[in-house]
Design a protein around this ligand. Structure first.
Ligand SMILES: Nc1ccn([C@@H]2O[C@H](COP(=O)(O)O)[C@@H](O)[C@H]2O)c(=O)n1
Ligand SMILES: C[C@@]1(CO)OP(=O)(O)OP(=O)(O)OC[C@H]1O
Length: 164
């Protein structure tokens, strides 16, 4: 009989605004677009949402607690490296990462051509098989800040299990 009391869910979300002259990094993929996302780090909104989901599962706070945006070390940081640190932290707390799923809300650009590359990058960073990482994209039908192309949001959920 499964011991479901070992299971923990986590949820994360993040938002970054578009800005001229910035790269658009999503799930570690440099997506060609007319503008990118503003942030202290590389502003990888998807990697940040997944990081927060993982931290939520182990009640570890959020990425701002681990990687303060006032810290010069994180200026232009590669968020996949931060995600790898978060995954290591989760395991150090005695948890196994079982499954991760996510959604990017972006009116543009079209992201489906980059979905599998994102899944591979994220899976590698977390030390997971690619089958355990889901990435989806949706427009918001021109509604809200994503729909007005002012920014992009991402949400993520994960399932973790306490090892012992
Ligand atoms: N930035 C995006 C947004 C959406 N997609 C893909 O298009 C499909 C339809 O989107 P709707 O918002 O109209 O439901 C969606 O399921 C994605 O496959 C995309 O590639 N990039
Ligand atoms: C990873 C960090 C580091 O500055 O990235 P930011 O680009 O500041 O992004 P945000 O999602 O606002 O906060 C998370 C930060 O900890």
């Amino acid at each position: 009989m499964e011991d479901f009391s070992r299971l923990r869910i986590g949820q994360g979300m993040d938002v970054h605004a578009f800005a001229e002259g910035r790269r658009l990094i999503l799930g570690g993929v440099d997506v060609p677009h007319t503008k990118g996302l503003l942030g202290h780090s590389d502003a990888d909104v998807l990697a940040h949402a997944i990081s927060d989901a993982l931290l939520g599962a182990v009640r570890g706070g959020d990425i701002g607690k681990l990687f303060p945006d006032t810290e010069p070390a994180y200026k232009d940081a590669d968020s996949l490296k931060l995600l790898a640190e978060v995954a290591a932290y989760v395991r150090a707390q005695g948890y196994e990462i079982l499954d991760v799923d996510s959604v990017i809300a972006a009116q543009a650009p079209k992201l489906s051509p980059y979905r599998d590359a994102m899944r591979e990058n994220l899976a590698r960073a977390m030390g997971l098989p690619v089958e355990s990482v889901g990435v989806k994209a949706t427009t918001t039908e021109h509604l809200g800040f994503e729909g007005r192309e002012e920014g992009i949001s991402a949400t993520a959920v994960c399932l973790c299990a306490r090892c012992c």
